[in-house]
Ligand binder design. Structure first.
Ligand code: SF4
Length: 345
């Protein structure tokens, strides 16, 4: 039984409510839906099936949780860190993760970056030789056909021959058949290129995903893994340890374990920060350094990415929404993140 056929009347009615209100629609590839079990606690089901908890008020929610608008250099291009930029190339995904921090972007109808939209992006890259890496994200760039991907990669390469391409994607997990041998050869042509996938649970590493990911590694495309810490899905040291060990066995490199961003409608997925720190310590005790990602948070509102560790909470203060912890950003300023007692049940 797939996820779709296990949806009950109340769940179907909530999906309809979202459709009417214009919220992030329910979407999951038939392949990934087939991996889910009908059990309501199934980790794949919980990541993709809309839930009324998305309507709970969250005083800390931010429509642009990472403050990307502050760093927009030209349309679709974000320049926050000196040596790298983020390109919002894609507009859709093979499935919509309910905790997505870029849900407002993917919920607006827009396609893959067009030739016209590429012009200011390429001009900016040409004018900024300090940029050494470009993160190609969206939405998921692998939703585009090979021809469109090749055009983009070629344009980037012609403009900046040595620049590292970082392809950020969840498609090898959610729709592995998209990565045909031809697509993998195409990616190989444009090295230096690294693939950064998002995956959150051992159940996602099913055989078809394993096959395409090892094929990428075998073809000389390094694959890094980013994982989002999600309440009720992977907030368990043994689940995380199993997952990262399996990544290592496949030749994939665990990269980041992310504390949840403050996107609207996602508070029920948030693991309280101190719980996350304890979990990470347990994880450290179970796996080798090779399998250990960096536990990190993108400071809400545009403060940048910082690693999370025992001494990271510099203080607390009261804000209109409730108590917040103060975390020091790379700029030395203190940035707020909701304190554990504000976690909705
Ligand atoms: S794949 Fe990434 S961009 Fe797409 S819905 Fe999931 S988290 Fe959001």
């Amino acid at each position: 039984m797939s996820l779709v056929s296990s949806i009950d009347t109340a769940e179907a009615s909530y999906i309809e409510t979202i459709k009417q209100s214009g919220g992030l629609p329910f979407r999951v590839s038939s392949y990934f839906a087939s991996l889910a079990k009908p059990d309501k606690t199934d980790p794949i089901r919980r990541q993709f099936l809309p839930h009324p908890a998305e309507d709970l008020p969250d005083p800390f929610a931010l429509s642009d949780p990472l403050g990307e608008a502050l760093y927009q250099a030209v349309p679709r291009l974000i320049h926050q860190y000196q040596d790298r930029v983020l390109l919002l190339a894609g507009g859709t995904c093979a499935g919509y993760c309910r905790y997505c921090f870029r849900r407002l972007w993917i919920n607006q109808p827009k396609g893959f970056i067009s030739p016209g939209e590429r012009i200011p992006v390429l001009a900016y890259l040409k004018a900024h030789p300090e940029i050494r890496e470009i993160l190609i994200s969206g939405g998921d760039p692998l939703m585009a056909e090979d021809g469109l991907l090749a055009e983009l990669f070629k344009a980037l390469r012609d403009t900046r021959p040595g620049m590292l391409l970082r392809l950020c994607t969840r498609v090898p997990i959610t729709n592995p058949s998209r990565l045909t041998p031809e697509t993998i050869r195409l990616l190989r042509t444009y090295r230096p290129l690294r693939m950064v996938i998002q995956s959150n649970h051992p159940r996602e590493l099913a055989e078809p995903a394993q096959e395409v990911l090892t094929a990428c590694v075998d073809q000389g495309i390094p694959v890094h893994v980013q994982t989002v810490l999600l309440r009720g899905i992977n907030d368990d040291a043994e689940i995380l340890a199993t997952f990262f060990r399996e990544c290592l066995d496949l030749g994939l490199s665990p990269y980041y374990l992310f504390q949840l961003d403050l996107a609207p409608g996602t508070a029920h997925f948030r693991v309280p920060l101190k719980t996350g720190l304890t979990l990470y310590q347990e994880l450290k005790n179970r796996i080798s350094g090779l399998g250990l990602p960096v536990y990190a948070v993108d400071l809400p509102g545009g403060g940048g990415k910082i690693p999370l560790h025992g001494g990271v909470i510099a203080g607390e203060r009261e804000e209109p929404g409730g108590t917040v912890y103060l975390l020091q950003g790379p700029d030395g300023k203190l940035w707020p993140y909701p304190a554990d007692k504000n976690q909705p049940e």
